[in-house]
Design a protein around this ligand. Structure first.
Ligand code: ATP
Ligand code: MG
Length: 483
């Protein structure tokens, strides 16, 4: 990093480290832990590029028309190198044109001006070559107090760029900070302006939010400020699903449960989204038995807590028939809205639809049961098992559920023996035609499917020769005439 500072200094230019890296350093992170380093300078981008090249840095293009050039800092990997560096010319302010992913830029004249256009005080600190802070908005004070505060007037700053509402939540999730009351009020007022923001940017922020250690507080913030209702209206009914249902406290506060599961999902994107959406189908599938007039039914169930009597109804049962399938269906729609990539979309929807499948495991499953489980999970069994572990730690689950470590070990053992997923030898088709005097046609595919079923159920082995499989077919399909 010194060589970078020196290069700009020798060219007669200013250079400051800014943004997340300075915030993390001020919070006690070590330089080694920082992956992305953002710098700002008074040099225009073409000049920055020249300075970097002259000093032999490897440079790349990130968006020179937006004032940014990229470079790579090399060094010992034990010290966290290589590091990605972005050098951006001072900006005065950036107005994000509606829905666009790229800001319209105008250049600024000083580091103070550059810090002014940034979002929160904790992200608006700069550091010079000697480690001195430039901190005009007392970002370090807010770090100490654990507060997110807008630089300047919160309502103006959120109007300029409503994405900042999600950024508040993202930083709450990551840092465990509280939000300054004025900033939270502004977020409430401006929540609907999130609709002007590109959905890909919602996704970027949500992905970071969900893997944050303090995600539950951030999700509550979104719910309080109406932002949840704007980006994920499906979940609002869950938040509102009253704890006191007609049957008394027989079902839990599913929103609290959801938040706790998101935290347990750690930093796995698929599991985090699945945890967020696992119960999204409940408000729409709740069935109260015997029915209570004006209470059963999704609309009231979801949206009006005050419609509920405050006293339990003894003898009433509540079920959520098919809520997992409902969650899978809803996930498809909202995943598209958020521009999930296809693989993530399929994975999340599948895990939700089969959310409790792994919990059916018990030690008395025979190998065919284990193979059938893997087959039914269509390539998603690892995530379904991992999600089962998250559900198992719900308070209501109690101890002594399915031993998922054992299930995993058995799958691994079958895979190691080549006896997990049925496959037939190449060239079996030709051998079948010859053995049974068949012509090409659907019958060949049917016979292969039959063999795979036989393998799944353990009636014929894995990895045998074509002749062995033909012999087996003769025994199960005596109607086939030998050719
Ligand atoms: P992370 O460590 O998660 O990357 P970060 O603080 O580096 O956190 P980035 O999104 O990478 O966050 O942005 C880098 C810096 O650019 C921020 O610290 C902030 O100063 C500024 N910034 C980014 N996005 C905005 C925005 N929408 N409005 C204002 N300033 C922003
Ligand atoms: Mg960053």
């Amino acid at each position: 990093m010194e060589s970078l500072f020196r290069a700009f200094h020798d060219a007669g230019r200013e250079l400051f480290l800014v943004g997340g890296a300075v915030r993390d350093l001020a919070m006690g992170a070590s330089y080694q832990d920082l992956d992305d380093l953002d710098f700002c300078t008074d040099a225009r981008p073409a000049e920055s590029l020249e300075i970097l090249r002259r000093a032999n840095f490897r440079t790349y293009d990130v968006g020179i028309e937006f004032g940014t050039v990229g470079a790579v800092l090399k060094g010992k990997s034990s010290e966290g190198y290589p590091k990605d560096v972005q050098v951006t010319t001072y900006r005065s302010k950036e107005m994000y044109s509606r829905g666009s992913r790229h800001p319209v830029v105008s250049y600024g004249n000083s580091v103070e001006e550059d810090l002014w256009r940034r979002d929160f005080s904790i992200n608006s600190i700069a550091m010079d070559a000697r480690g001195n802070y430039v901190d005009p908005y007392n970002g370090r004070g807010d770090i100490e107090r654990g507060i997110l505060r807008a630089v300047g007037d919160p309502l103006e700053r959120l109007t300029e760029d409503p994405l900042r509402i999600l950024r508040i939540a993202r930083f709450m999730a990551r840092l465990g900070f509280k939000t300054d009351p004025g900033l939270e009020r502004a977020a409430h007022v401006k929540a609907t302006f999130l609709l002007d923001i590109a959905r890909q940017r919602w996704l970027q922020e949500m992905n970071k939010l969900l893997i944050g250690e303090h995600a539950p507080a951030a999700l509550d913030f979104l719910a309080r400020t109406r932002a949840l209702g704007v980006i994920l209206p499906e979940l609002v009914a869950l938040v509102e699903l009253p704890r006191r249902c007609p049957a008394g406290p027989v079902h839990e506060d599913f929103w609290a449960l959801t938040c706790a599961r998101v935290k347990r999902a750690g930093d796995n994107k698929v599991l985090s989204w699945a945890a967020l959406l696992a119960d999204v189908g409940r408000p729409w599938t709740r069935h109260v038995d015997p029915p209570i007039e004006g209470i059963d039914g999704p609309t009231l169930a979801g949206l009006s807590a005050s419609a509920y009597p405050q006293e339990p109804f003894p003898g009433t049962s509540v079920t959520f028939h098919n809520h997992a399938a409902m969650a899978g269906l809803m996930a498809k729609g909202l995943g598209r809205r958020f521009h999930f990539d296809t693989a993530t979309l399929d994975e999340v929807a599948f895990v939700l639809g089969s959310q409790r499948a792994a919990l059916a495991y018990s030690a008395d499953w025979a190998d065919p049961d284990v193979r059938r489980f893997v087959q039914e999970m269509s390539g998603h069994h690892a995530h379904v098992i991992a999600f089962g572990r998250i559900l198992q730690r719900d308070p209501a689950e109690g101890a002594g559920g399915a031993d998922l470590d054992d299930l995993e070990a058995r799958i691994a053992a079958l895979a190691a023996r080549g006896a997990l997923v049925p496959e037939v030898p190449t060239g079996l088709g030709g051998a079948l035609m010859k053995a049974f005097g068949l012509k090409p046609g659907p019958i060949l595919g049917e016979l292969v499917e039959l063999l795979k079923e036989e393998m799944l159920d353990g009636r014929v082995g894995f990895g045998l020769e074509a002749a062995d499989y033909i012999a087996h077919l003769r025994s199960v399909r005596p109607d086939l005439i030998a050719g």
